[in-house]
Design a protein around this ligand. Structure first.
Ligand code: HPA
Length: 237
């Protein structure tokens, strides 16, 4: 049996899944890190691969952008393919002046301007939270690799281009939110619902404070380094 969005058969996908937004990053991760990588999905061009890393079976699956898109892939991975550990690997925009480009943000919690979660909770505010053990391991492996790592709250926003209120992010910044991205709150809520582990590991690719951004080459090399830390956190010692 496959799903509307994944053509893999049950058993084709590992219980540890890395989740980049960009399907070409899924291909890059498989090529760079996996032995015996097999492509398990091409539906919608949303590439997914399964292979081994340090002797442990692992998968990577592109998710697209935004809470609804990651929600579809994560739901199918967990409920049909038995995924137990989901790690989003992506980029974020800094909302605080002390965050530098190429530094890491591990999302301990994820606030959101999306109505998806408040609708589910009938207007009440659920607090989407990372798995502590994954967070601890990722922090250890990333700091050991020389990354400057920030741990805290992120904003999972539905709006990349806020044309009517371009400074709306400053509200979140005043409450200490570290960075903006577009998926973590959806992933954490889904993981909580199904009793599985989730983490979002994010590299700072741009800053809403300083208006700086990484070159494509630096984005790629920093991302690859971060994935090493995320994979080590996922497979353990
Ligand atoms: N906003 C939302 N998502 C992002 C950003 C941003 O500034 N940078 C990287 N992902």
């Amino acid at each position: 049996m496959s799903t509307p969005h994944l053509s893999a058969k049950p058993g084709d996908i590992a219980d540890i899944v890395l989740l980049p937004g960009d399907p070409l990053r899924a291909k890059l991760i498989a090529e760079r890190f996996f032995e015996d990588a097999v492509c398990h999905n091409e539906v919608r061009g949303m590439l997914g691969f399964t292979g081994t890393y340090r002797g442990r079976r692992v998968s990577v699956q592109g998710t697209g952008m935004g809470l609804p898109s990651i929600g579809i892939y994560a739901h199918e991975l967990v409920t049909v393919y038995g995924a137990k550990t989901l790690i989003r690997v992506g980029t974020c925009g800094a909302l605080q002046p002390h965050l530098g480009l190429r530094e890491l943000v591990l999302a301990q919690s994820a606030s959101t301007d999306s109505s998806l979660i408040s609708t589910r909770f009938r207007g009440m505010a659920f607090a989407p939270t990372a798995d502590f053990d994954l967070l601890r391991r990722a922090w250890q492996s990333a700091t050991a690799r020389g990354f400057t790592v920030h741990v805290g709250n992120v904003l999972s926003t539905d709006t990349f281009y806020d044309v009517d209120a371009p400074d709306s992010w400053t509200l979140w910044a005043r409450y200490g939110v570290l960075a903006a991205e577009m998926e973590a709150a959806g992933l954490y809520t889904l993981a909580a619902r199904h009793g599985v582990r989730a983490l979002a590991a994010l590299m700072v690719s741009d800053s809403l404070v300083s208006h700086q951004s990484l070159s494509p080459a630096d984005r790629q090399s920093g991302f690859v380094e971060m994935v090493t830390a995320a994979l080590d956190a996922a497979v353990g010692d």
